[in-house]
Design a protein around this ligand. Structure first.
Ligand code: CA
Ligand code: CA
Ligand code: CA
Ligand code: CA
Ligand code: CA
Ligand code: CA
Length: 384
């Protein structure tokens, strides 16, 4: 692979900033200016993309979130196995709460529960005797881990027991769920910007909801966020934003002393890794009917607006890099935070699976910067 030939340029025009500002009527003008200036600085700082970078386009983009600046953050896909086209995407607006989108990108429901940063879900969980879609999020307003149920018919979210107090010194930040194939137990992992990582087992609370019992805690050297658990293999992948992706054993009795490094944020350095800091969202491509080692790990390489693909199986060999480019009705993606991925067919538009990615710089058809949103990509458009 040759490196460094393509410099990223993301035009943020003065007209775009003005349009952005006018769209934000009622918003604090200082916030609007800060949003615009930050956008210019961010786009100027982007790192280079590798020469082997594939480019795909998004098929759908969601309605923007309700707030300006850096607000959209992290998605979680619920696959409706009986009617894949009725699948739903739960996503965070990290200054307001949660949104639920349909596959057209339309908002189905909102829950203004506070500054929820990351979200994840697992379906088919028995809670109070009923099969439940369990959703978990890190709420920075209430400083809790919120456990919710997603109603598959209405798309509404509702509390599923009392929120968990993680007792972090910092705000709860990254989050992912782990449904252990070994024990059948459901766990939530959450982390904080000071490096703290915790794991809680979600048990029935005797009132039809779930309650969290902390089973482990440890510390990373610097700020983590994105994480994803491999339920079949018992692995936790976690991103330390300016450093690396680590793999820990996800079982609660395992040692956290010697994690495996998957890759480092040393793109462009001699012998360096494939990631440009920050490493952000992580997701797994787990093909239905495949073996426990089949599939991929995908990471948002935020510093160069790309996504990096690795083997799911150790030693997690590099498979390639891709970006979501513009050129269609939907703009490309830049500075992505959270991502999620389902490997099963999700209706005719996503025959090999659906990738959902946050877009840091969302433009309308006139090229004006508007509130952030999420883009949907067909995995069949990529080759790994
Ligand atoms: Ca962001
Ligand atoms: Ca997520
Ligand atoms: Ca982050
Ligand atoms: Ca974009
Ligand atoms: Ca984030
Ligand atoms: Ca757009």
């Amino acid at each position: 692979m040759h490196f460094g030939s393509r410099r990223i340029t993301t035009a943020v025009s003065a007209a775009g900033i003005l349009a952005c500002s006018s769209l934000l009527a009622g918003c604090d003008p200082v916030t609007v200016i800060r949003c615009s200036v930050t956008a210019l600085l961010e786009s100027a700082e982007a790192d280079s993309q590798p020469d082997d970078t594939q480019t795909v386009t998004a098929t759908v983009e969601t309605e923007p979130v309700d707030d300006p600046c850096d607000a959209a953050d992290d998605p979680a896909i619920w696959l409706n196995e009986e009617d894949p086209e009725a699948s739903l995407i739960v996503a965070t607006n990290k200054v307001r709460g949660l949104l639920v989108y349909d596959l057209e990108g339309q908002i189905v429901s909102r829950l203004d529960s506070g500054r929820v940063n990351n979200v994840d879900l697992r379906s088919g969980i028995r809670v109070g005797g009923a099969e439940t879609i369990v959703v978990a999020g890190t709420n920075r307003t209430t400083m809790t881990l919120d456990i919710l149920a997603l109603d598959p018919a209405s798309g509404e979210l509702s509390p599923l027991g009392d929120p968990i107090d993680p007792e972090f010194a910092d705000e709860p930040y990254g989050l992912c769920l782990y449904h252990s194939a070994a024990s059948g137990d459901l766990y939530v992992f959450a982390n904080a910007q000071d490096g703290a990582v915790g794991q809680w087992r979600l048990d029935g609370d005797g009132r039809g909801g779930l309650t969290g019992v902390q089973v482990r805690e440890w510390t990373l050297a610097s700020q983590p966020e994105g994480c994803v658990a491999d339920d079949a293999n018992g692995w936790l992948f976690i991103g330390e934003e300016e450093a690396a992706i680590w793999r820990f054993d996800a079982e609660p009795t395992a040692s956290t002393d010697r994690p495996t490094v998957v890759d480092r944020t040393t793109l462009g350095e001699p012998g360096g890794g494939r990631l440009a800091a920050d490493v952000e969202g992580l997701a797994l491509y787990v093909p239905p009917g495949g073996g426990a080692r089949d599939g991929f790990l995908v990471a948002s390489s935020q510093g160069n607006h790309t996504y990096v693909v690795y083997d799911r199986a150790p030693p997690h060999a590099y498979r390639g890099t891709f970006r979501v480019g513009g050129g269609g009705a939907v703009d490309g993606t830049e500075e992505t935070d959270g991502i999620d991925l389902v490997a099963a067919p999700v209706g005719p538009d996503y025959p090999a699976g659906l990738l959902v990615v946050q877009d840091g710089f969302n433009y309308d058809s006139e090229g004006s910067r508007i509130n952030q949103n999420f883009k949907f990509v067909s995995w069949a458009d990529l080759s790994f």
